[in-house]
Design a binder for this molecule. Structure first.
Ligand code: SAM
Length: 275
């Protein structure tokens, strides 16, 4: 009674491990996000297996069924359409239910777009944060990016064709035009492209040819490098809040008092914001 979490390729079908193939051959049941899509991969690998659909909409219900199967002694593999299950793919509820029920869960690691992109980005990789997809609506997306303004670690985002430019435009607004971004497109596929630009240059590059906007994307965004004169985002927020109610001089003085900073520096920041 073991659940195997098996990574599958993110494009190039050769990117599957021998252990993944052997596991998929040996299990009693394979739970897949899209049985038709995974059927093609299994066919390519010459594996005849019982496929079971487990996707975002039915995962919580179906998890109980799979738990019963595991308890009865069957072994099951979970795969997703591409890459590592649970990384912006279904599986979390099932894995949690297995852990809660004392069922063995074993990883069979392999491709993951985020890690593949990070490994070639040339941005600091000792510490990073995985952000997945940004929200679809611009207001929510900008709010999310504002929270990341001070993030010192390299940030990893997933993006799709139809939202790529909107997200980059919001990044330009919030992070500034000079934020450094590496775009990794169609990794391991025929049109694999990896480019490194500032966000404004990247938008320009994408607009030069609409074909560049098509495909699957990972965005690796440089973290915020703190300088001595850097002011924390929470200080700016306090200043802005006070500025709504008070003259700038007073707002800067109170903010300086709260955070132990120089009021002239805050006054200047407030002045710049007013322009
Ligand atoms: N589980 C997958 C993984 O391990 O990377 C991620 C699945 S998520 C639903 C799909 C997103 O992953 C795509 O929209 C894209 O952002 C990213 N992605 C998947 N394959 C990719 C590839 N070959 N090149 C670039 N990005 C890819």
């Amino acid at each position: 009674m073991t659940l195997y979490i098996v990574a599958t390729p993110i494009g190039n079908l050769d990117d599957i491990t021998l252990r993944a193939i052997n596991t998929l051959k040996s299990v009693d049941l394979i739970a897949a996000e899209d049985t038709r899509h995974s059927g093609l991969l299994l066919q390519h690998l010459g594996i005849k297996a019982k496929l079971f659909a487990l996707h975002d909409h039915n995962e919580q219900d179906k998890a109980n069924f799979l738990i019963e199967k595991l308890k009865s002694g069957l072994s099951i593999a979970l795969i997703s359409d591409a890459g590592t299950p649970l990384i912006n793919d279904p599986g979390y509820h099932l894995v949690k239910a297995c852990r809660d029920n004392g069922i063995n869960v074993v990883p069979v690691p392999g491709a993951c777009a985020a890690i593949a992109a990070l490994s070639v980005a040339g941005l600091p990789s000792d510490k990073f944060t995985y952000e997945g997809f940004l929200p679809a609506k611009s207001k929510a997306r900008q709010d999310c990016l504002i929270k990341l303004l001070d993030e010192p670690r390299t940030m990893i985002f997933y993006e799709s064709t139809h939202r790529l430019l909107d997200s980059l435009s919001d990044m330009q607004t919030i992070f500034g035009a000079n934020k450094h971004i590496v775009l990794a497109k169609e990794l391991t596929k025929t049109w694999e492209t990896i480019v490194s630009f500032t966000v404004s240059q990247l938008i320009e590059w994408l607009n030069e040819d609409t074909n560049r906007q098509k495909g699957e994307f990972v965005l690796i965004v440089e973290g915020h490098a703190k300088t001595e004169n850097d002011i924390d985002q929470k200080v700016i927020s306090t200043l802005k809040l006070l500025q709504k109610e008070l003259p700038l001089k007073k707002a800067a003085a109170i903010t300086a008092e709260i955070y132990g900073l120089k009021k002239n520096q805050l006054y200047q920041i407030g002045l710049n914001a007013e322009q």
